[in-house]
Design a protein around this ligand. Sequence first.
Ligand code: FE2
Ligand code: FE2
Length: 395
Amino acid sequence: MNRSLSQRTPHSLLDDPKAHQKLEVNYRKNKEQDHTPKIDDAVRRFDFDACKDAWWNPESFSLLHGTPLWDEASPTERLRLNQLYWVAYYSQIVSAEIATILLNQTCAAGMYSIEDFRVVCDGLDLESAQERAHINAFKTIGEKVEEKLFGERVFTYPMRSMYVETMIFQNSNKVKEFWRNIQLRAATMLTSGNAFLGCQYFAIRGLRTLNGKMIQQALAQPYLKAPDKAASPVPAQVSYFHFMDESFHFNTSRLLSHDVLGCLPQPGPFERFVANRAVDGCQKDHYHFSVAVKGIFWYDPALFHAVYRVLRSKVFGMDHAEAREMIRRCFTEESDGLHEAHRIHETAVQSYRVYAEPLGYLNAKNKSMSRMAESTIEGYLRDTRRAFARFEANA
Ligand SMILES: [Fe+2]
Ligand SMILES: [Fe+2]
């Protein structure tokens, strides 16, 4: 920073040359390796019939894997469950990335008020452009699969703004939705005018993507291990290309929330309050775990109708009573799938704790992720049994 001329704040990103350099390298490498042209090309090549006989994910990443539906499924039905996991999982990622695009921009605006933050903002511009390509890929492929298999939407949805729910199957109602909408609008305004809160969003983004990184690393494996990569199913290619772009995004989150915060004015009580509310909101969003789509924190009772439609479709061809009974067995009884979903959730809690540890402005509840840690198998079964009784009464 030019010290001979007056500045609005004494802070500059160049005060920490190491952090500045790390951000510069991360941005340059992301630009060089940008996978969006490959993703766009893969989407153009996607043809469901050409890859309908292939596994798109490792076997355990299949819809309702480890439940009675999986155990009793035919080889073709298992393939469909594997492919539907891809559709459902990335439908959630679309929702998360719609929010990321807007928050990248509002937070960049907040941080741009500090000297020498251009490299951060340029990097976020690139990431937002990449997210648009990712969304297009997940949405286009997901919609084509659902059109072929069901002739209607099950997990996908029309394009929407981030003010609609971020978690697409969750425990919500009109009042909660309204309140959330207000909170999100307030968050965008606050982050766009406050460098600390703009930067702190990347702690949230980092936390929210920690678990995604773990799952997406697994989803990238079929392509990585394929002897003939060009011949691997297009959705598996997209999983790999996406994982490569996202590894840079994760680095950005980590650098901004852990390294760069020291270059900014220290947070006051209001900023600490807002930051802690945001992390608590993340814990709330990630409280549940889903037996249907492991590694996603959906509220399974909100998913009963979607799964019912899958079971009634030509893929499974069940009648009403069979579908209802299968939902009861899969969601209200203990299974290997349920234990695996809970284990992944516990791993997420552990990794969130490690990530939150160096963030001095967080309170003890947020550092220990105590709200998330209260999510248990017993609680899951209590919720799903209660919800199933209502579902059964209305079905
Ligand atoms: Fe993405
Ligand atoms: Fe991303």
